[in-house]
Ligand binder design. Structure first.
Ligand code: HDE
Length: 754
């Protein structure tokens, strides 16, 4: 690197920057002894990454898919040193004058260690502070060049590395995963033409239309300013005060109050780019596009009671699920979808495409699935990767462009600005997780924490000293320079919203009407819960007054729960107009269209000494064959003794791994007496029953039916029973589990106190 060529070929090969490329120069300065070599050959020099290339034939690009390898360092078999490489002889004691005397200022080892520690925190993200992330790759299904010239969407054989960070919005970095909130979904595509960040959420709309309102909205939803309560939740006065005064928020609010606000896992969430973007093809033709992520595992959510309990029993529930799924080889998969709208159709809708509080119903514009993303590797270091990753909707590549959505336009300023304060300067793009995988060269080379050592003698352009390198690339159909779409703009300078943004109730109504009856009940319960936490009665009433304009029955049910009586006039409020004549759109519901597979789900087996080994084995084999994870739970850790004398290792206890953390439960045959006597085991099953989970009872375990107020002869959907596990019991169990929950039990389950 010290004598790097002036990059005259403008190549798209491996980056010429980075610590490794600097090595030759540094090596010549290295001491002759081996003081910087491992003491012995490292046995595991850091975690070996899973190479996405091994899943599909690699191409030249895929060879660079794990570019972080350049920066990863393990420390096995290396001596402990200071940051300057000086070997440390004693890391237990500070240097002091006499064993009982004062510590000496001279102790550079102590000073360096404590100083570094003192600065180990960076400001957490102002929103989306709590997140977890994973590496993976994206692969397009077809050549999209008729619509976009974006290189990463042109070659079905080409894998593009990605890094995805999922997050909650409101809570701080240490808050619980399962709170009711919107989830952030930010994807960094390391394309050969530069980094493309798709920074979206798990809802297709946002709360506000204009970026200018964002600070007020965020202040309102964050904990209250006087006492910093509540953490990670919207159930408080300032949020609902804001909502009641800003009806444009209602659409995203009803999504947040639906089961979308409490996803089962990051694997079972949909994602959305929200704003309308533009695709640009090689002929400079533009097509409007809205981005979607569709989870291959299907869509699924928690129940509110589960979500609240999990916030205490396992605050890392989503983080752990993502991590464990990847470690187990159940790589989360998502299909990238696009809704494409020709430019000439811009004004065909009852809403404005530039309004981020409106979605485009899939019934009107179907989603075309154009590729798949697979998350197949956990980060090595939470801070270096998940915390330091810097997303920005303005990180964009040729073939994709912005529109005049006023929310998007404001975001384009905010993200760089926030990274500069969060990551300590303008060189955050040099942090390994943020570096483009294609070469990048320009004349910006100073500022805090500069890592690259630019050798070009000219740091300006035009220059003749270095033959004007690095030079601009003219736009061209492929691999050209970025050229903004030439949209004709005309207008007065105004602080004014377009009247086409002015309708707030039709889309929330479409959402409400599209839900299954159970989902509608959940929405009523969520509004009722949240508003019951609002101390000021007039705020509760104002919100209900808005709900009246969405749907009178929704408003009335919430009002009843809050002890509010709606006037006759309100009860006869006319509904808003249908959206382009549409009354329902099944895609807006989580469960209207059956979806998903059982692969990757978690099942608990409750056992005790005397469990029938053949039964347990049959269950484990059948679950394993369908990619379902089983855990054996007992009253104690260690092992239990099965009926045939064999021992079964236990994964957790009935209380340490509560039913909340499982999708379904099976009680195998054998020694049910002791389980029936265990309060923890009975609580486990009752709670699973309350949460509408599939329960299978084999052999003697059928005695548990009495717990669910069922006689020996009564059958109930979702309680799968047989004399043994082998055969029909397991096939019925698996097909019942595919529907996520036993919705028909909803009414009866309400009487369960667990
Ligand atoms: Fe963000 N948003 N946002 N946002 N946003 C941030 O950037 C902002 C908006 C989203 O995992 C911040 O790096 C403004 C919409 C995600 O690191 C900040 C506006 C959508 C993440 C910021 C919006 C998002 C952020 C805070 C209104 C969905 C987490 C830390 C104009 C399409 C990314 C940071 C990650 C993060 C500003 C609205 C999604 C302050 C001004 C709409 C997923 O820059």
């Amino acid at each position: 690197m010290s004598k790097a060529p002036h990059n005259k070929e403008m190549s798209h090969d491996a980056p010429s920057t980075g610590p490794d490329s600097a090595k030759p120069g540094l090596d010549s300065l290295a001491p002759a002894d081996d003081s910087h070599q491992p003491l012995a050959k490292p046995t595991s020099p850091g975690k070996q990454p899973t190479a996405p290339g091994s899943l599909k034939a690699p191409n030249t690009h895929n060879a660079k898919i794990d570019a972080l390898e350049t920066f990863r360092k393990g420390s096995e078999n290396f001596p402990l040193t200071t940051n300057q490489g000086t070997r440390i002889a004693d890391d237990q004691n500070a240097l002091r004058a006499g064993t009982r005397g004062p510590t000496l200022l001279e102790d550079f080892i102590l000073r360096e260690k404590i100083t570094h520690f003192d600065h180990e925190r960076i400001p957490e993200r102002i929103v989306h502070a709590r997140g977890s992330a994973a590496h993976g790759y994206f692969q397009p299904y077809r050549d999209m060049s008729d619509i976009t010239k974006a290189d990463f969407l042109r070659f079905p054989e080409q894998l593009t590395p990605v890094f995805v960070r999922f997050s909650t919005v409101q809570g701080s970095a240490g808050s619980a995963d399962t709170v009711r909130d919107i989830r952030g979904w930010a994807t960094k595509f390391y394309t050969q033409e530069g980094v493309f960040d798709l920074v979206g959420n798990n809802t297709p709309v946002f709360f506000i239309q204009d970026a200018h309102k964002f600070p007020d909205f965020v202040h309102a939803v964050k904990p209250e300013p006087h006492n910093d309560i509540p953490q990670g939740q919207s159930a408080h006065d300032t949020f609902w005060d804001y909502v009641s005064l800003q009806p444009e928020t209602l659409h995203n609010v009803i999504w947040a109050m639906s089961d979308r606000g409490i996803p089962r896992s990051y694997r079972t969430m949909e994602g959305f780019g929200i704003h309308t973007f533009r695709f640009i093809n090689a002929e400079d033709q533009a097509t409007f596009v809205r981005f979607h992520w569709k989870p291959v595992a299907g869509k699924a959510s928690l129940l509110w009671d589960e979500a609240q309990k999990l916030a205490g029993r396992d605050p890392d529930f989503h983080r752990r699920d993502l991590w464990e799924a990847i470690e187990a080889g159940d790589f989360p998969e998502y299909e990238l979808g696009v809704q494409l709208i020709p430019e000439e159709d811009e004004f065909k809708f009852d809403f404005d495409l530039l309004d981020a509080t409106k979605l485009i119903p899939e019934e009107l514009v179907p989603v075309e699935l154009i590729g798949k993303m697979v998350l197949n590797r956990n980060p090595d270091n939470f801070f270096a990767e998940t915390e330091q990753v810097a997303f920005h909707p303005g990180h964009i590549v040729p073939g994709i462009d912005f529109t005049n959505d006023p929310l998007l336009q404001g975001r384009l300023f905010s993200y760089t600005d926030t990274q500069i304060s969060r990551l300590g300067g303008p060189n955050f793009h040099e942090i390994p997780i943020n570096r483009p995988l294609c070469p990048y060269h320009n004349f910006q080379r100073q500022g805090m924490h500069r890592i690259d050592i630019d050798t070009n003698p000219a740091n300006y352009e035009p220059n003749s000293i270095n033959d004007n390198w690095p030079r601009e690339t003219p736009p061209s159909p492929h691999r050209g320079g970025f050229k903004s779409y030439q949209e004709r703009i005309e207008g007065h300078k105004v602080r004014e919203r377009s009247p086409s943004f002015g309708e707030y109730y039709s889309q929330p109504r479409l959402f409400w009407n599209s839900q299954t009856p159970v989902e509608q009940q959940h929405i009523i319960a969520a509004f009722s819960f949240e508003l019951s936490k609002v101390a000021r009665a007039y705020i509760r009433e104002r919100v209900v007054d808005h709900l009246v304009h969405i749907d009178v029955s929704l408003a009335n049910s919430v009002a009843e729960n809050l002890g509010i009586t709606l006037s006759d006039e309100k009860m006869h409020t006319a509904p808003p107009k249908d959206v382009n004549g549409l009354k329902k759109d099944a895609s807006l519901s989580l469960y209207a269209i059956p979806n998903g597979t059982v692969k990757g789900r978690q099942v608990a087996l409750l056992v005790s000494d005397g469990a029938v080994a053949a039964d347990v084995l049959a269950i484990l084999q059948e679950l394993g064959a369908h990619g379902v994870h089983a855990r054996l739970l007992a009253a104690h850790m260690g092992q239990i003794h099965a009926d045939d004398g064999s021992t079964l290792p236990i994964d957790g206890t009935f209380s340490s791994l509560p039913s909340l953390t499982f999708d379904a439960v099976i009680v195998p045959d054998g020694n049910i007496d002791s389980l029936l006597l265990s309060g923890d085991a009975r609580y486990f099953l009752l709670e699973a029953y309350k949460h509408l989970k599939v329960i299978a009872l084999s052999g003697d375990a059928r005695r548990f039916k009495a717990q669910f107020a069922l006689s020996d002869h009564e059958r109930e959907e979702g309680i799968i029973e047989d004399s043994k596990a082998e055969g029909v019991l397991m096939s019925e169990f698996l097909s019942a589990m595919a529907a996520h929950r036993i919705w028909s039990r909803s009414q009866k389950a309400q009487s369960v106190p667990a």
